[in-house]
Design a protein around this ligand. Structure first.
Ligand code: FAD
Length: 635
């Protein structure tokens, strides 16, 4: 990480200087009359969006939550590798890696044919495929993730904190600069008191029974019958040998259990599949207790025994596969969207694939930078339409995959045994789903934010529309081995990774030199057109160069100015723009990501880490056209 650009400052570098113009608020202060963005709900979706917007102190964000304070335990616990990559951009992946339990293997247990009342292990599968991500699949409680986002919000220049004890009751979209009129009701010390706040944009991250979704006329469609799950976090002793591995366990007659080892080395989560409910039935009518769940788990795990010492949290979790017909309000007035819904507010699915928390955060990571750039007058508001287009397609795919997986998991053991190739069907489908469950299958269709595939052959392992796949490099200035993708922060900036062709050391006249020079000085360059007076040269587009040689062969001090830009109040030169291949065996990024060694290429990456375009190093006209379609020149 980089700091001290504007002068030495002691203390924790993660705590950024507070912005002087930020809105100062204390707990229980009167709500403001107007804001730029009102976020309803402090679940993972709302907090991820708030953490993103808090980076931009010029944006006035209000996040309200009807509960009196943050949750302390329970709910979801799976963090897939894609979400970990996003956490890296927010600066807390290291903390999650240190604290969480990593899923390295998933074990499959089925009835033993010799003694069907007993289970036996039939397979183990590596959970994160080699080189699918540099990040682990992590398990940690949702409350801790909330806390990390709350810390990130408070450490950001806006010093943003939620207003607890306020529930969104209704909203209407009218005219004016702050067209969304939101009615809120106090659920805390002044219960029943109402307040009205006008917002430029409202984002409903208010969970499966979303008020915001209903207010814009959105309806959930999908499974009529709900599946009930018993879930419990326990401290226990057991002779079951795989208790510290993720396990999918199917018994002959007693149902299924999913075992997830958790943070801290002792805690374990069990999901016990309960009966399917009829459409008009609520799970409360069944009067399940924690003792029912423990007894069911013991029956399923026979001959092994689970001796539960403490039930930390338990719940009966009732969920269907459902998708909202609206992710924003554009259809209501035919104009540009002003109200959005994200997370469980617009899609729900079973916990079997562990996607709920992940997809909810990915929704708002997709929306956050777009809202920020539109509100800062940088990007055309038409781009906001892409949120619903991109995320609804992904939610639909999630539900379809989750339904298929749920069917396989719930199939009677006899039917689910083999897939015809000798591999247990459940194992085969689990392997097939790994890219999806890792969050890596997201694939945004061609649009103004995902360019055409004319030059995809220049980087076959960095598919346009998919997330930028990091790989090892060496930073030339200090010979540090690192992941290239870790230069990207959740700061709303575009990254332009320029990969040099063979023999290109950035000498004058070389393609790399030509690109850096054009970007810095040509009137058509997006850096020239969109970087405003007084801003650093990388404020909008952050150029990074990667060379095929060893770091000693490169003249870092002789690089063109855009690859060592003078920044901040002292005009300090940024030394961290130039990289080369890691020659010590961690892998060659050109080979690992299919980058054309002879020609090199440019890979343009969106602020949410998705590949927007692959172009030749001299494809500057296409680069300029891409940005001209979405960014606004200073007016
Ligand atoms: P949520 O986490 O539901 O957050 C929505 C927030 O909005 C809540 O804090 C809510 O209080 C608040 N809110 C609601 N209405 C309003 C309003 N009108 N105004 C202001 N605030 C409002 N997933 C799993 O994978 N495994 C599990 O075991 C599991 N257990 C769960 C148990 C429970 C009780 C719940 C509610 C969810 C569980 N989930 C589980 C689902 C998982 O937690 C969600 O998929 C994930 O949290 C979705 O994030 P979200 O931010 O979209 O919504």
């Amino acid at each position: 990480m980089q700091f001290y650009l504007d002068g030495f400052r002691g203390g924790d570098p993660d705590i950024r200087p507070a912005a002087p113009g930020r809105r100062l608020r204390e707990a229980h202060d009167r709500l403001p009359d107007t804001v730029d963005v009102l976020i309803a709900g402090c679940g993972p979706a709302g907090l991820c969006l708030a953490a993103q917007l808090a980076r931009f102190p010029g944006i006035d964000t209000l996040i309200v939550e009807r509960k009196p304070g943050p949750i302390e335990k329970g709910q979801a616990d799976g963090i897939n590798v894609r979400t970990m990559e996003m956490f890296q951009a927010f600066g807390f992946a290291g903390t999650v890696k240190r604290e969480s339990c990593w899923v390295n293997q998933t074990a499959f247990w089925v009835p033993d044919p010799a003694r069907p009342e007993h289970i036996r292990r039939i397979a183990r599968v590596q959970d994160v495929a080699d080189d699918s991500s540099e990040m682990p699949h992590a398990l940690i409680n949702q409350a801790r993730i909330h806390e990390l986002f709350l810390d990130a919000m408070m450490a950001a220049p806006a010093r943003l904190a939620p207003d607890y004890g306020w529930s969104v009751k209704d909203l209407v979209v009218e005219d004016g600069t702050h067209p969304v009129r939101v009615t809120l009701e106090n659920t805390g010390v002044n219960a029943g008191e109402t307040a009205a706040v006008r917002a430029k944009y409202v984002v409903g991250c208010d969970g499966a029974r979303s008020t915001v979704r209903k207010a814009i006329g959105g309806e959930m469609h999908g499974d009529a019958a709900h599946q009930a799950w018993g879930v419990m976090d326990i401290l226990a002793n057991t002779d079951f040998p795989d208790i510290r591995q993720k396990c999918v366990v199917s018994s002959a007659r007693e149902g299924n259990v999913l075992i997830l080892p958790r943070e801290g080395g002792y805690l374990v989560r069990l999901y016990v599949e309960l009966d399917k409910l009829s459409p008009d039935e609520r799970v409360a009518s069944r009067n399940f207790t924690a003792d029912h769940l423990i007894a069911a788990a013991n029956r399923i795990l026979r001959p092994h025994v689970l001796d539960v010492k403490e039930i930390v949290w338990w719940s009966i979790y009732e969920i269907g596969h459902r998708l909202s017909d609206r992710f924003d309000d554009a259809a209501n007035h035919g104009g540009l969207p002003r109200v959005f819904v994200a997370g469980d507010a617009c899609h729900t699915h079973s916990p079997k694939a562990g996607q709920g928390m992940n997809v909810s955060m990915q929704d708002t990571f997709n929306l956050g930078w777009k809202l920020a750039q539109v509100l800062r007058g940088r990007m055309a508001p038409e781009v906001l339409r892409s949120y619903a287009e991109e995320r609804r397609a992904e939610a639909r795919r999630l539900i379809e995959t989750d339904q298929a997986w749920a069917r396989t998991m719930s199939a009677p053991p006899g039917e689910s045994d083999l897939d015809g190739t000798g591999m247990p069907r459940i194992q085969a489908q689990f392997i097939e789903n790994l890219e999806f469950t890792g969050g890596l299958a997201v694939d945004y269709a061609h649009s103004i934010l995902s360019g055409g595939a004319e030059h995809q052959a220049l980087a076959t392992g960095q598919r346009i529309g998919r997330r930028f796949h990091s790989a090892p490099v060496v930073r030339v200035a200090d010979a540090r081995r690192m992941q290239l993708g870790h230069v990207a922060e959740a700061d709303g900036r575009w990254r332009l990774y320029a990969f040099a062709g063979a023999g290109d050391l950035c000498a004058p006249g070389s393609p790399m030199h030509g690109l850096a020079t054009w970007l810095a000085g040509d009137p058509a360059s997006p850096v020239v057109r969109h970087t405003r007076a007084g801003e650093d040269a990388d404020a909008v587009i952050d150029l990074r160069a990667v060379f095929q040689t060893t770091f000693e062969a490169l003249d870092a001090a002789g690089m063109p100015p855009l690859l060592r830009p003078a920044k901040g109040r002292f005009g300090l030169r940024d030394p961290e723009k130039v990289f080369c291949v890691d020659h010590k065996g961690a892998g060659d990024i050109f080979d690992m990501r299919g980058i054309d060694r002879a020609r090199g290429c440019m890979i343009l990456v969106r602020p949410d880490q998705y590949v927007a375009q692959v172009l030749p190093l001299d494809g500057v006209a296409a680069l300029a056209a891409f940005f001209d379609a979405i960014l606004l020149a200073e007016g």
